[in-house]
Ligand binder design. Structure first.
Ligand SMILES: Nc1ncnc2c1ncn2[C@@H]1O[C@H](COP(=O)(O)OP(=O)(O)O)[C@@H](O)[C@H]1O
Ligand SMILES: [Mg+2]
Length: 271
């Protein structure tokens, strides 16, 4: 699956900013058993940016996303080499406590997956078990805050305890999952095709809230929609056959991508 005719090195267009990266990924390779799914991937994630992962199906976008919060830990036969640092610290260092590391990330999957409990419980559960709030009224404030950040509060505030998360519409369920992901006060939101299974109006709401989240989070979003990448992302990373071929500011990637593969994919010639 790996094509040796591709350029030897990832083309990295300057991000146009001087901030220190929050996350640095260097020389990251990943094998599922014998099969290599990522090859020498390297990129940074900056505070307060939306970085979109694009590329054909099966090229390693989800795999790369899961490396950031050590979601592969539980999968047998996965071998990872290279390094990922968060705030300068290697996330695979022995002193790292994986559950604590994971709390710094919110995860949103393609298919909304609220728990079959009340709306309230979906958002209150995490902060309660992690002891993030000191008392009931702080917890209530926090739940409201998360639901407001997820642009869902006004639609559910009268049903918090009486309606199950699973009884909401698809788009509402996805915003509930975002509120749940926010409830642990993450620094980074990882979103794997969060609008992949919802309608255009619901998609618009999610895109709007992603843009709001950027104020105080880094957001990494996998998307199949070039329109969406263009609308929301500050930077775009193009994956191809397990490699990160090119990364740069959205306007550069859409206007003047360097690699033939990225240009062809972005213009809809394949994928
Ligand atoms: N758990 C797994 N075991 C074995 N192979 C996998 C597993 N997950 C993904 N793959 C393979 O790794 C490659 C990259 O997959 P993935 O990261 O899901 O791609 P994308 O998100 O870009 O569609 C694909 O060839 C896929 O079949
Ligand atoms: Mg995927």
């Amino acid at each position: 699956m790996l094509d040796d005719k591709l350029p030897a090195k990832c083309i990295t267009h300057a991000a146009g900013r001087n901030a220190e990266p929050l996350i640095r990924v260097s020389d990251l390779s990943l094998f599922y058993g014998e099969k290599q799914a990522l090859r020498n991937v390297a990129f940074n994630i900056y505070p307060s940016e939306i970085l979109a992962f694009i590329g054909p199906s099966g090229c390693g976008k989800t795999t790369a996303l899961k490396c950031l919060n050590r979601m592969h830990d539980a999968t047998r036969g996965v071998q990872i080499t290279g390094s990922v640092t968060l705030d300068g610290q290697n996330i695979h260092a022995p002193e790292i406590d994986p559950p604590l590391l994971r709390r710094r990330f919110g995860w949103v999957a393609q298919k909304p997956n609220p728990w079959p409990f009340s709306i309230w419980e979906n958002v209150a559960y995490g902060p309660r078990i992690h002891g993030l709030t000191r008392n009931k009224s702080e917890l209530a404030d926090h739940v409201e805050y998360c639901l407001r950040r997820a642009h869902l509060w006004d639609e559910v505030k009268d049903d918090l305890h009486v309606k199950e998360g699973t009884a909401l519409s698809g788009g509402q369920q996805q915003r509930l999952c975002i509120a749940r992901a926010l409830s642990n006060r993450p620094d980074v939101m990882l979103m794997d095709e969060p609008t992949g299974s919802i309608d255009p109006i619901a998609t618009g709401k999610i895109e709007e809230l992603m843009t709001d989240l950027r104020a105080d989070h880094s957001v990494v979003v996998v998307t199949h929609s070039m329109m969406e990448a263009r609308r929301v992302a500050d930077r775009v990373a193009y994956f191809h056959l397990g490699r990160l071929l090119e990364i740069g500011p959205t306007e550069v990637m859409f206007g003047a991508a360097h690699t033939r593969e990225a240009r062809a994919f972005i213009s809809g010639k394949f994928g």
